[in-house]
Write a protein that binds this ligand. Structure first.
Ligand SMILES: [Zn+2]
Length: 256
């Protein structure tokens, strides 16, 4: 019974934090101050009142349009809020209270922001990955899972694999395959989830990327996507391994 209250509490907290993450995703890459300053409609710049800023609900009440100019508001705003809410609730159910929950919430926040920014701008800012890495090291010292050695090996391997991939590609094709932001993200995932999770994360990322390209080709009648940031797929892999047993994911996907 208690669990229902706390799960709901975490989900509501997730929706509120998701609303803040929307601001970070929008403002951080533009170099705007994301910590304070009132939000405004990006089209008519009308300030958004607190009533119009209630996660998910305001979007429904306003029927997805700005209260002043009636221009459509991106469906991504309530989507980010709902996804963060669901992940926060699920994290409580999975980990209960404690430092494992704190680590998982921090990882969720990091991955949601990276996904949003990478989709919009094809970058994974250091200002997100570096603090996450520092937090990951601290959690590795204090938490039992993953063990400290596994976390540190995970970080080094995660970075190393993408570093090697990138250089191989540069040598062969004479241009960069992906930014080192992906390497740093993979290192952070290795820190939080241990080196054992890296291969399953990578497999989930490659599989989901493949299905995305396939779905895109079906919907858009054969045209491949113009740009394809890899961060969202790595994030999906990371979330899968946060909630499910990495070894089970690996054996499941290897059967294909
Ligand atoms: Zn407006």
């Amino acid at each position: 019974m208690i669990d229902i209250y706390f799960t709901t509490f975490l989900a509501v907290m997730g929706a509120v934090i998701g609303s803040f993450l929307n601001v970070v995703i929008y403002r951080l890459p533009l170099g705007k101050n994301w910590a304070n300053g009132r939000s405004a409609c990006p089209k008519c710049e009308a300030p958004i009142t607190w009533k119009q800023n209630i996660p998910v609900l305001s979007y429904l009440v306003l029927k997805g349009r700005c209260a002043r100019c009636r221009k459509p508001i991106s469906v991504r705003y309530p989507l980010v809020e709902m996804v963060t809410a669901a992940l926060f609730g699920a994290a409580y159910l999975e980990f209960g209270f404690g430092s494992d929950l704190a680590a998982s919430l921090l990882l969720i926040v990091t991955l949601v922001v990276i996904t949003g920014i990478d989709i919009d701008h094809q970058i994974i800012p250091d200002v997100i990955t570096y603090p996450a890495a520092v937090a990951g090291v601290l959690f590795a010292f204090s938490n039992n899972s993953p063990e400290l050695a596994d976390a540190l090996i995970g970080a080094a391997t995660g970075y190393g694999v993408f570093f090697a991939l990138n250089w191989t590609y540069i040598l062969v094709r004479k241009r960069e395959a992906m930014g080192m932001g992906d390497a740093k993200l993979f290192a952070v995932l290795g820190l939080f989830l241990g080196w054992q999770a890296l291969l399953p994360i990578f497999i989930v990322a490659v599989f989901s990327c493949f299905f995305f390209i396939l779905a895109h080709a079906l919907v858009c009648k054969g045209t491949p996507p113009k740009i394809l940031p890899f961060g969202p797929f790595l994030s999906l892999g990371g979330l899968s391994c946060l909630f499910f047993d990495p070894a089970a994911i690996q054996s499941l996907l290897f059967r294909f």
